[in-house]
Design a protein around this ligand. Structure first.
Ligand code: 1WB
Ligand code: MN
Length: 334
């Protein structure tokens, strides 16, 4: 059984430095709290920087200790999406170059998802092409909204056009909810992984489905973490209620039911959601080919994630698919 972990975060010193500047300036974004905790001068989560910045020996040692074969690396959230368009596009290119270098150095242990700057969709499309054709990366990552916008708007279509044409799956990783719905998440530390991340990504993905994006780009593949950010559990209700939204003219007419797009155009990963019942339900609901294992290194401990996968109450062939087979297929490994 090959263990391919699919939501494994890294950063580069130049981007960490940009976040440190941002942490010093402060601001209203709901992501600012975590940015200051990880990159601020006296942040209490600065220890994560060490794991993020190492895409070499230390990381491989932790993989070896736990029997993990591959990290599919992605630039950590919120990527380059809090920077101005030029800075963002330049840093995405730099991060992709460093990522490709790390993969070239450890080709059997690392694979990578390329970053791009949604702030400039035309330039993003060119970087996606470079990520695939020049750097041979395995897919893309984006951290939900950029400047409080979702990508159901036409101006973002060049990104999806390039991704679909080049067969580059897009991993939509969380960031905190956009400004328009930030209010309630400011209480009780709810803005991050506790609840806000899942609500942000699930809401964003539903706008993509309801907009008709997958009628326009039927071969586009989206991957989301955290056992599908709640969506698998809601599919029946979403299908039922969406008929009323279409009939009332509040949503465009679609060719398929929302759940059919979710099964066709999405795959989910187990990152930070280590619950065997939820795993079994997701496999039964989406099919064994649509569920992929992940750790969420360095934010979640590797040992527990490996234990969760190894002890999963699944048939051996299904377990091998979730542990690594599906990732190898979807992300074009070897
Ligand atoms: C996640 C969790 C991502 C944390 C992060 O990126 C941080 C995640 C900044 O659940 O995917 C965190 O701090 O726990
Ligand atoms: Mn993550």
């Amino acid at each position: 059984m090959r263990l391919i972990a699919t939501e494994e975060a890294f950063s580069i010193p130049e981007i960490a430095a940009e976040y440190a500047r941002l942490a010093g300036r402060g601001g209203d974004s709901l992501d600012m709290g975590l940015v200051q905790q990880i990159y601020g001068n006296d942040g209490d989560l600065r220890r994560f920087q060490k794991g993020l910045l190492d895409i070499g020996e230390e990381r491989i040692r932790s993989m070896d200790e736990n029997g993990v074969d591959v990290h599919l690396l992605s630039l950590t959230a919120p990527g380059v999406q809090m920077f101005d368009a030029d800075t963002a596009a330049g840093l995405a290119t730099l991060a992709n170059d460093r990522l490709a270098e790390a993969v070239a150095k450890y080709p059997t242990r690392f694979a990578g998802l390329g970053s791009f700057a949604p702030q400039d969709p035309a330039r993003a499309a060119r970087e996606i092409e470079r990520a695939r054709n020049t750097l041979k990366l395995n897919g893309l990552v984006v951290n939900s909204h950029t400047n409080d916008e979702y990508y159901d708007e036409e101006k973002y279509f060049p990104i999806f056009e390039a991704a679909e044409a080049l067969d580059m799956p897009i991993y939509i990783h969380p960031r905190s909810p956009m400004a328009g719905m930030a209010g309630p998440f400011r209480k009780y530390g709810m803005e991050g992984a506790l609840w806000g991340y899942g609500i942000e990504v699930s809401t964003h993905c539903l706008t993509l489905i309801f907009s008709g994006l997958f009628d326009r780009f039927p071969k586009l593949k989206i991957v989301i973490g955290h056992m599908g950010e709640g969506i698998p559990f809601w599919l029946w209700r979403i299908d039922y209620m969406h008929r009323g939204a279409m009939a009332g003219g509040r949503a465009p007419q679609l060719k398929l039911k929302p759940s059919e797009y979710f099964r066709r155009n999405f795959a989910i990963t187990t990152s930070g959601q280590e619950n065997h019942l939820a795993l079994k339900y997701s496999i039964d609901t989406l099919g064994p080919e649509n569920v992929l294992w992940a750790i969420d290194y360095p934010y979640q401990p590797t040992t527990a994630a490996v234990q969760f996968m190894r002890t999963a109450p699944l048939a051996e062939d299904v377990k091998a698919m979730v542990a690594g087979g599906n990732a190898a297929h979807i992300f074009h490994l070897d």
